[in-house]
Design a protein around this ligand. Structure first.
Ligand code: C2E
Ligand code: CA
Ligand code: CA
Length: 721
């Protein structure tokens, strides 16, 4: 069994018995022994403390005392090994006594043989080992339970507490004695929670989750609990064991993080995310419940930037905080006020009875804002513009709601500050149309849905076509031909104009090149450049890159830029216009006479000429003021050596007026509507032989861009500078 010798102590006052025992032991081959013999009770007691015996064999009779007494004493003195009691004769009484006293076995001397003794020793040792392991396991478990930072409780099957560790004592404030035998539910804040845990364990034998617990002093706290059924060795359920951890701090941190994620730090109000989440839920709710009415108010502080800049950011912050506080006092507690960033606030009125309620709230806010805000003793006056959107079935997403609220808020602002406006069905249709247009425009660039129409520009020197204005058209797959007035503003706002603009320049240059190859060398193409294009795009660079691709003389290209666009940043404009002019490109100031027109500015601008806006042309023959202005413009432009084109010429009276006042060129429906390139080419063929103006009134079909074929002829037009 072992290489090591087992150390055995035999205590027997009879030497003969010792010799017998020694001989029997020597017969045992599978174990090796080191046998020590002591005759007396006292000798045995003395020696046992200083030696570590693996097993003891005590004779039952030891003088006046017994082996059992010795057993008790050695155990008291720290002996931990097994003890086998030997007796002279078999006595049931003594056997019982020995077992009760904790003897490992009881052997009758006369019956002992080697195998019996060997087995007895082996079993005694094994039993001792198991006992020790059990004690160790118990100690270990107790240690774990007692030193655990988690609260550990056990119950019996009646759910009465049977164990309550020090951590539990500390957190709950109960002592172990306070709670032993008490029902487990006293530790739960909420009886339903306890029921839930109990049921879960009964059904699934295990529970884990967060539970609110109650301390002795009545305070409640959150805990993470894991509980399971306790079973005894036979597998019988004997109660439950619960391990719980106080998660107050963790919860507080989580709550703080959660709060921060959904609140504005300056005002403490809910933020955009919070509002969007709520709005989403409410929209969903309202979808199922048609009677629910709610409203979104988008509020923007008027001139906040000025206040912020003039009084400083600290005051600006203080104003925002005061505004938040005022809004809270005006609104009901279940309305949500969120700060959307900057000086924008959004209010969600939920469960309102009538539509008029939203208006009333807006009026109340505006009236309240008439009172000055007192910031550090300074009275600050401000006002707000409010856009209102009421719940309607056509909203599916919170963002759509807010987009419209924002839009209508801007309408309120442009109507005059300190006012509110309400979003209605027409506005919704309008916004939806714009959004669809935007999506369509992005596709249109990719799908090549644009086309340029060309409107002839006639020189009044010889009444012949000298140039053409390039006017974009959109061949919409569903809507058909869409005019630029409908989509250019949207393209501008969304930035798509930059792509479209480049396409127009490239297409115009391509077509002009083809035209030149066909022999029409002197037809200028005049291309419109929008404000945003001019502002953000490097136009000279765009043209240069196209020129490299196409290889064309830029003398044939004119750009039309509105006066207002050029005035935005005069220094920059002048630089760009000079560069363009150096490239051989002509510049015409478009829509002249509509913006803050200034003949004086014209002096500094490197432009070729101006285009008198059609709104002015319209009136020249019927209104003497318009006539005076137009005459003055032409004269002054000529004085500055600029050419003048009048656009929007629709009748002979206008044409006569312009001719009389020495306008250089004219353009308008009277002379030709915008037409596809094929029609322009045909018109140019005719133009080579006859004066366009001689046709005026004779063949309007031709002037409207019809496809009638005209004779070709020699090129007569010269580029006018
Ligand atoms: P615009 O530059 O003032 O162009 C003149 C507009 O007046 C054109 O409208 C033209 O068709 C129209 N028109 C010409 N003659 C007459 C007339 O006798 N009577 C009347 N009532 N109208 C006349 P269209 O083509 O609808 O273009 C509108 C505006 O769209 C243009 O105004 C221009 O600002 C912009 N646009 C057109 N094409 C482009 C382009 O390729 N790029 C950019 N950025 N803008 C463009
Ligand atoms: Ca134009
Ligand atoms: Ca114009």
């Amino acid at each position: 069994m072992t290489e090591e010798k087992l150390r055995i102590l035999l205590v027997d006052d009879d030497e003969e018995d010792y010799i017998i025992a020694r001989d029997i032991l020597s017969e045992i081959k599978i174990m090796r022994f080191d046998l020590q013999w002591e005759r007396t009770y006292d000798d045995a007691l003395r020696i046992i403390c200083c030696n570590q015996y693996d097993i003891c064999l005590f004779d039952y009779r030891l003088g006046p005392r017994t082996g059992l007494e010795l057993l008790h004493e050695v155990v008291d003195n720290g002996y931990k090994g097994p003890v086998i009691i030997l007796t002279g004769q078999d006595d049931h009484e003594v056997d019982n006594e020995a077992m009760k006293a904790g003897a490992a076995d009881y052997l009758v001397k006369g019956q002992i043989n080697a195998s019996l003794l060997e087995r007895s020793i082996r079993h005694a040792m094994e039993r001792k080992r198991v006992q020790e392991a059990l004690v160790f396991a118990k100690d270990y478990a107790e240690n774990v339970i007692n030193s655990s930072i988690d609260m550990i409780t056990t119950t019996n099957t009646n759910y009465e507490i049977t164990e309550f560790n020090p951590a539990a004592e500390e957190v709950f404030g109960y002592s172990r004695n306070d709670v032993i035998d008490k029902p487990m539910h006293i530790l739960y804040a909420n009886s339903n929670d306890w029921k839930r845990v109990k049921e879960k364990i009964e059904q699934e034998k295990i529970f884990s989750g967060e539970i609110i617990k109650r301390r002795k002093n009545g305070e409640t706290f959150p805990a993470y609990v894991s509980a399971s059924m306790l079973k005894n060795l036979k597998g019988r359920e004997v109660g439950i064991m619960t391990i719980a951890r106080d998660i107050t701090l963790q919860k507080r941190l989580e709550d703080q993080l959660m709060h921060n994620a959904f609140h504005d730090t300056l005002t403490g109000l809910p933020n955009r995310k919070y509002l969007l989440n709520h709005l989403e839920i409410i929209i969903e709710h309202a979808r199922k419940n048609k009677d629910i009415l709610f409203a979104v108010l988008f509020l923007d502080i008027d001139r906040f930037k000025i206040i912020n800049d003039s009084l400083g950011h600290t005051m600006g912050d203080k104003l925002l905080i005061s505004i938040a506080q005022r809004l809270k006092t005006i609104l009901r507690c279940n309305d949500i006020i969120a700060r959307f960033g900057g000086d924008e606030f959004v209010i969600l009125l939920y469960g309102i009875k009538e539509r008029s309620y939203a208006k009333m709230v807006a009026e109340k806010i505006l009236a309240n804002f008439k009172e000055p805000f007192c910031l550090d003793g300074n009275n600050v006056l401000t006002s707000a513009s409010i856009g209102i959107v009421l719940s309607e079935e056509y909203y599916e997403r919170a963002e759509d709601f807010l987009r419209d609220a924002d839009t209508v808020m801007y309408r309120a602002k442009t109507n005059g500050r300190s006012s509110y406006a309400m979003f209605d069905k027409e506005m919704h249709a309008y916004v939806v149309n714009i959004l669809q247009m935007e999506a369509g425009l992005r596709q249109a660039v990719v799908n090549n849905e644009f086309e340029i129409y060309y409107q002839p520009i006639i020189s009044l020197a010889d009444d012949k076509i000298i140039a053409s204005e390039c006017l974009i058209r959109w061949e919409h797959p569903q809507r058909g031909l869409v005019l630029p007035s409908e989509f250019i503003p949207i393209a501008e706002e969304t930035g798509i104009i930059e792509n479209i603009g480049r396409w127009v320049i490239k297409e115009a240059i391509d077509q002009n090149k083809i035209l030149r190859h066909s022999g029409y060398l002197n037809t200028n193409f005049s291309i419109n450049i929008s404000a945003r294009q001019f502002r953000y795009q490097d136009i000279p660079e765009v043209i240069r890159s196209i020129q490299e691709e196409v290889c064309i003389d830029l003398q044939a290209i004119t750009l039309e830029i509105t006066e207002t666009t050029v005035m935005e940043d005069m220094d920059r404009s002048i630089k760009i216009l000079k560069t363009l002019r150096d490239m051989g490109i002509d510049i015409m100031l478009d829509d002249f006479g509509t913006g803050y027109s200034s003949i004086n500015n014209l002096r500094f601008l490197p432009v070729t000429g101006i285009k008198i806006d059609l709104s002015l042309t319209k009136d020249v023959a019927i209104c003497s003021d318009a006539a005076t202005i137009a005459r003055a413009i032409i004269n002054m432009a000529h004085g500055l050596n600029k050419t003048v084109v009048a656009e929007g010429v629709e009748n002979k009276q206008q044409l006569e007026f312009l001719r009389l006042n020495r306008c250089d060129m004219v353009q308008g429906y009277l002379l030709g509507k915008p037409m596809p390139i094929q029609s322009l080419t045909k018109l140019l063929q005719k133009n080579n032989t006859i004066s366009i103006l001689s046709c005026v009134g004779k063949d309007s079909k031709y002037l409207n861009g019809s496809t009638r074929v005209y004779r070709s002829g020699a090129v007569q037009l010269a580029k006018k500078r």
